[in-house]
Design a protein around this ligand. Structure first.
Ligand SMILES: Nc1ncnc2c1ncn2[C@@H]1O[C@H](COP(=O)(O)OP(=O)(O)OP(=O)(O)O)[C@@H](O)[C@H]1O
Ligand SMILES: [Mg+2]
Length: 430
């Protein structure tokens, strides 16, 4: 069954390449001449990119140095919270229709919520004036977008790990430019309080959600209490199930509910081209999770983790073995960390290296299967709850007819039906 491809009509597919070292922390998106022409973009035009996992990032358009078409490289320095680190493209490609030029007026005011670095040996929180100065420095001449997070480069000095864009005048939605005349202020309200994230309605997943919630609730809510009791808390949960059953959405929903910071990373997007680049990317992700955890309990979500940690032992697998070893070391390191929980998701649990599933790593597993009749019924109820549907539609019958359909298929089915209804009424009006 076709996976849910979202509301994006087909367009040319661009292969997603890792960002050049020189472009890191520049917020640039490198495109070939044909893509730039198709978008109508000039050098530095502001582009909003919808990522396949539902997030987005804001970049400026730049031509590729080699002038080649069919590729895209992007530095996701300003992106929605879950995708701030390298998650642009679940399978290494991005449709051009996901890129959109957006207006970017200069901002008069901007309110930001700072995420501070945890610094060894430093007592107390840093001086607000120093934080504000670092925020001004980080945002200088940048386009920003409401609800996005601007990440500070990992090697940058200063107290800031990242900035949440909370509000602005005019509202930076979809984008606004920070200029030397923008008045930047630190917000007293955390972004989750200021702007509740939209609920992702999920049906038929209550059992899986309960197990996941139970595994995450204690470590995320009471990290210090558990540490002081000397208890070993589960730090890693593996979520397994076929494609489209709602694994990714479930983790997002549970993180939101627990009030945890979510750092969602698509594992295939961490693959680097250079030797050692993948390990470096993985280290940066774990480092970022630690930084975020200095502010709030953090859930590090490694989506499609099998791409990063395949079973070792086959011939010609030296690079993969090094990546697996690196992930294992980082997972072991994080078990001593107070406020980070790692969730991995996979639809091929057997393809994972067994060492990953040993105690202290991904030692808990939640399995989501293909929905049963009752679950399909619940999913259809949830999907259609906000749709005006005819009284003749029998959802129970539909659930009976859709054996083998997962949540993504049922969503696609309902969307198709809505499109048909639209076309039908359009014909009727003409
Ligand atoms: N139980 C459900 N209730 C409502 N919608 C669902 C459900 N399961 C999946 N969906 C829909 O399917 C889409 C895809 O779900 P999601 O990306 O979470 O699947 P996944 O299990 O992570 O798949 P993959 O293994 O391919 O990454 C979601 O955006 C959602 O609209
Ligand atoms: Mg997924």
């Amino acid at each position: 069954m076709a996976p849910d491809s979202g509301p994006f009509p087909e367009g040319p597919l661009l292969k997603l390449l890792p960002v050049d070292a020189k472009d890191r922390a520049t917020q640039r998106c490198r495109l070939g001449p044909a893509a730039l022409r198709a978008l109508g973009a000039h050098l530095g035009s502001v582009v909003k990119i919808s990522l396949p996992d539902g997030g987005s990032c804001l970049c400026t358009a730049w031509p590729r140095r080699d002038g080649a078409d069919g590729f895209v490289q992007l530095d996701p320095q300003c992106a929605s919270p879950g995708v701030a680190v390298g998650a642009p493209g679940s399978r290494g490609s991005l449709n051009l229709s996901r890129l959109r030029l957006v207006p970017c007026p200069p901002l008069r005011r901007l309110a930001v919520w700072p995420v501070l670095r945890e610094r060894a040996g430093s007592a107390g929180s840093p001086n607000p004036a120093a934080v504000l100065e670092a925020a001004q420095e980080l945002l200088r001449n940048r386009p920003v977008s409401l609800g996005h997070v601007v990440a500070a480069p990992p090697d940058a000095p200063g107290p800031l790990a990242a900035l949440h864009i909370v509000s602005g005048v005019p509202s930076p939605d979809p984008a606004g430019l920070v200029t030397p005349r923008t008045h930047i202020g630190l917000s007293g309200v955390s972004p989750s309080e200021a702007e509740p994230q939209p609920e992702v309605p999920l049906g038929g997943l209550s059992e899986a959600a309960d197990s996941l919630r139970e595994l995450l609730r204690l470590p995320l809510r009471y990290p210090s209490a558990l540490a002081s009791l000397g208890l070993a808390v589960p730090r890693g949960v593996l979520l397994a199930g076929p494609p489209g059953v709602g694994k990714t959405q479930l983790v997002r929903a549970v993180a939101r509910e627990a009030g945890a910071e979510l750092l969602a990373v698509s594992a295939p997007a961490l693959q680097g081209a250079r030797p050692g680049e993948t390990e470096e990317n993985v280290r940066r992700v774990f480092q970022r999770a630690r930084e975020l955890a200095s502010r709030r309990p953090t859930l590090l979500f490694l989506d499609e983790v099998d791409a990063l940690c395949p079973r070792r032992g086959g011939p010609h697998q030296a690079p993969e073995s090094r990546v697996v070893a690196q992930v294992l070391t980082l997972l072991d390191g994080i078990s001593g960390d107070r406020e980070v929980v790692v969730v991995g998701s996979t639809n091929r649990p057997d393809a994972l290296d067994p060492a990953l599933r040993r105690p202290g790593r991904f030692d808990r597993e939640v399995v989501i299967g293909t929905p049963t009749l009752r679950q399909r019924n619940a999913i259809l109820q949830v999907i259609t709850s906000k749709m005006p549907i005819s009284s003749q539609v029998n959802l129970s019958l539909l659930a009976e007819m859709t054996v083998g359909y997962v949540g993504a298929d049922l969503t696609a089915l309902c969307r198709e039906a809505a499109m048909h209804a639209l076309l039908h009424s359009e014909k009727f009006q003409v």
